[in-house]
Design a protein. Structure first.
Length: 145
């Protein structure tokens, strides 16, 4: 189940090189919904993601660039309406940014390779980390193990 867009020259499932692409190029490379989430920090409607109840074994990756983000073994049903994970695949796969929009103090999570907005992380998740990465499914791809 890959969502890789052939117009996206930055997409790679193996490269770890950071991506610095112009917004116009991202707009061409991504679907309108992916562009809204990844580049304009949008949010998909809750309970609409194909990955919310998805239970296949494999790796979730950034649909914008192919960067590995989460293992399926870190996914859990939080009941929040978006795919949730308790830890990223590696320390560098995610960037953490303060988000003080909408009158709230939250921590935004972005792709460590292309800086796509993924969602937010909260401290109400399960053990062992106690974290809940609440991720927009639109910007996720999946590679079956």
């Amino acid at each position: 189940m890959t969502d890789q867009n052939n117009k996206n020259s930055a997409f790679s499932r193996t490269s770890t090189e950071k991506i610095d692409m112009k917004e116009e190029d991202w707009k061409t490379a991504l679907s309108p919904e992916q562009f809204y989430i990844a580049r304009q920090k949008g949010t998909e409607r809750p309970w609409t993601s194909k990955f919310e109840k998805f239970e296949e074994v494999g790796t979730y990756y950034c649909a914008a660039c192919g960067n590995s983000l989460f293992k399926s073994s870190a996914k859990f049903d939080s009941g929040c309406g978006w795919p949730s994970f308790f830890e990223p695949i590696s320390k560098g796969s995610i960037i953490y940014t303060p988000d003080n929009t909408h009158g709230m103090q939250r921590t935004e999570v972005q792709c460590g390779r292309c800086k796509a907005h993924l969602g937010h992380v909260f401290d109400d998740g399960p053990k062992p980390t106690g974290l809940r990465y609440c991720i927009n499914g639109v910007i996720l791809g999946f590679e079956k193990k």
